[in-house]
Design a protein around this ligand. Structure first.
Ligand code: URA
Length: 209
């Protein structure tokens, strides 16, 4: 039985290091950015976390790596109209490298999975190791990239459960529809990495196609 007193999207916020409830002295939450894209999407693309450009412009992937990602999607013939973009952590990490802590990614999983569930995509591309870890993937992204895996609803439920008590997170159960579902998850290089390592461009393009 769900033991939630808040919507599933915010179930983890109570335990998130980027949220106000663990940081009352901060007075307010770090800026948070919702995903952008259609209510039903063929493809979901998941990055790490919003950065300063995303905060300024109010959506994920609004900066240089976002433009690069959009260009690659366009080159592979995928219209952004069919793509939902989101991040493993919705709130601005405000760290020098903009990397969200593992606790924030864990706390944000119910929100992210719920967004995927609603969109019923054919697949999810996870950009970089942190986004891959949000869907239960491990190891270096250079090994994982290009290898699509089927992640069933039960797998996702298990991902939610893993370390849940350690992280002091409430239990989250999706509605029964979810039990029939699952999704293909494909790890790919993060576009920010590819911008620094242009010889990986073809790999990212192939994984997006
Ligand atoms: N912008 C995002 O929204 N996410 C990333 O991972 C990188 C840039």
């Amino acid at each position: 039985m769900p033991n939630l007193t808040r919507p599933v999207e915010h179930a983890g916020c109570i335990s998130c290091p980027l949220g106000p409830e663990r940081n009352p002295s901060r007075g307010r939450m770090s800026p948070c950015i919702s995903g952008r894209g259609p209510a039903e999407a063929e493809l979901v693309v998941v990055g790490e976390a919003p950065g300063k450009d995303e905060i300024a412009l109010g959506g994920p992937f609004m900066g240089r790596s976002g433009q690069f990602l959009e260009d690659l999607l366009a080159e592979t013939g995928i219209s952004l109209r069919r793509v939902y973009l989101d991040n493993a952590a919705a709130c601005f990490p405000n760290t020098p490298d903009n990397a969200p802590p593992a606790r924030a990614i864990k706390a944000c999983q119910p929100r992210l999975f719920e967004q995927v569930r609603r969109r019923r995509p054919k697949g999810v591309v996870v950009l970089g190791g942190k986004a891959n870890s949000a869907f239960g993937g491990g190891g270096p992204v250079s090994d994982a990239r290009g290898r699509e895996r089927w992640v069933s609803a039960a797998d996702l439920q298990a991902v939610l459960e893993k370390d849940r008590l350690k992280r002091d997170l409430p239990s989250v159960h999706f509605d029964p529809d979810w039990a029939r579902d699952g999704v293909y998850v494909l790890p790919a290089y993060h576009p920010a990495f590819v911008l620094r390592s242009p010889d990986r461009t073809a790999d990212l393009k192939r994984d997006l196609a």
